[in-house]
Design a protein around this ligand. Sequence first.
Ligand code: F6R
Length: 352
Amino acid sequence: MTLDDQSEIKRRDLHNARDVLAGFPAQCRDATRLVPSPALPRAKPALVVVAGMGGSAAGGDLLAACAAERSDVPIVVHRGYGLPAIAGDRTLVIAVSYSGNTVETVSAVEVAIARRIPAVALTAGGTLGALAARHGVPLVTLPSGLMPRMALGYLFFPALAAAENVGLQIARADDIADALATVETLAAELGPDRPTATNEAKRLAVAIGTRMPAIYGGPDTGAIAYRWKTDVEENAKTFALAGALPEMSHNEIEAWRAPSAAALHLLLLRDAAEPPEIARRFAILRDLVASAAGGVSESWTRGSSRLARLLSLVYVGQWTSYYLALLRGIDPWSVPLLDELKRRMGPGASSS
Ligand code: F6R
């Protein structure tokens, strides 16, 4: 198919995921107005643990990636049951589950309640919403009806506000304004109406084609590379590989000598603010492995604040994985294996 055929796009995108993606800037703006109720205690924590899985953990990754710039409090993203042993009474647990029925995340809040660790829950309802309400845990109730991975605005901005409430300044008001303006501009450039010739996400999807994307970021965009990988896997239902420089240049780079490298598409996530040594490393990596790869592309951050740069890159990845799904004749919305696994795990496991 051609990605400029609007009727074919509508035929393949059975659940109008395109409208949800186009509405991402409005979702982000709306999300900046959501606050926990009751309010969080004011004490500044020594550690923040964001507990969540899959799309709901992605907000935590973005928070940690933004915090690396100026926060003096470590942020740990916990993907699993319970809480890490390091979580104590000077920890803030931000428990994020869009459905509210993800057993791992619910168990994190149960442990926080049992250990009297301050917590806040971000959810559209489910078991987590009920648990938080029952125990007076501060709760941000999110609008329902989205796929968690397409609700990143709701899963990120209230976590940012919760961190701010307890004295952690991770992004200033002007950083947030820059981020909102940047994704608004991008929305106009990446949607289905914008032809492939001038649409970065369509061009990336076409360039990747049937190859497996190998997505590498730098020190700041490495977390975003992982987000691209999971979006490709869940939306386009195909494998992707993710890594970060400089680490990959100490191990994974050797794998590019394998003949199978020709089946990969090298995709470099570049940051307009990356330090010169990282720019040099990207250039040398490209020089060394580009001829082995099936193809090479780069995608660059937009905007000036760290939040704007990281969020803009996430947004390009969302659209790219969406178009990859359409090119493969796959419905980008539904995740049947994920749902089936949750179903077999039994009651309490969420539907997507
Ligand atoms: C589905 C998705 C998944 C879920 C994950 C946890 O769109 O992105 O990765 O996010 O299965 O479910 P929630 O987010 O409801 O806690």
